[in-house]
Design a protein around this ligand. Sequence first.
Ligand code: NAP
Length: 254
Amino acid sequence: MISLAGKAALITGGSRGIGAAAVHMFAQAGADVVFNYFRSKDAAAQVEQEARKHGTRVESLKADLGKMKDAKRLVDFTAERLGKIDILVANAGIWNVEDRPIESLSEKEWDDMVRVNLKSVYAVTHFAAARMIAQKSGKIIAISSTAGQRGEAFHTHYGATKGAIISFVKGLAAELAPHGILVNCVAPGWVDTDMSKPVLATKAGRKSVFATIPLGRVATAEEVAGPILFLASDLATFITGEALNVNGGSVLCG
Ligand code: NAP
């Protein structure tokens, strides 16, 4: 039942992980897709090649989305190649595996996290929303985290950016509703991607993570991309300002 035929989607951070799974799934559902990569050029080329097999237009562009000029370039490129932007998935982000106690968390680490995880969401939304307002329709889906809902000790800068995404989405949902634009976020718990690999690679790491998740395992990237696709689809036309939990029960259950 889910079809994105005729839709144009911009997915940030599509070279790996959740973003790459979303590129594949959106293309499979019939959407034309532009995504960005930053450092992973080869991985991006592979995602592009694979996703094109579904028969839709798929293109990638290098962009550091913590920079306004790169965000503008990406949004302009998408509109130029696809003719419009119906869906924005603001997914690109970073996490640092090492603990960062507050007293040794440096200003640079704080600024880098805020720039890549939060400013990037503002930046792409800023340019894409202007186009969506003009066309009087659109869907914006950002990627938050359980860390934004319950915090994350020793990763407070990461949790702060992800919490801010939830309040950004709630404010923007009300602001853009009169323009026919729906704004939501997906809040994943642990997902099996490069980001979590260093923790999940060890038996002790897996054991401690699985113990916090009622379903007893982490999500696949596809299990997060599916709910993103749902929010982007015509099955979700009355949901806005929402944070959709995709966490195996780990926030609600103690
Ligand atoms: P990932 O596998 O590490 O992929 C991150 C993506 O973001 C890559 O495509 C990367 O591009 C891109 N990116 C990084 N820095 C960028 C920058 N400055 N400008 C533009 N793009 C940049 O991560 P993931 O696990 O798929 O995470 C995707 C999103 O889900 C993130 O926002 C993350 O915080 C969130 N999340 C993840 C988990 C988890 O357990 N994995 C849990 C909750 C939330 P390049 O590789 O090309 O540089």
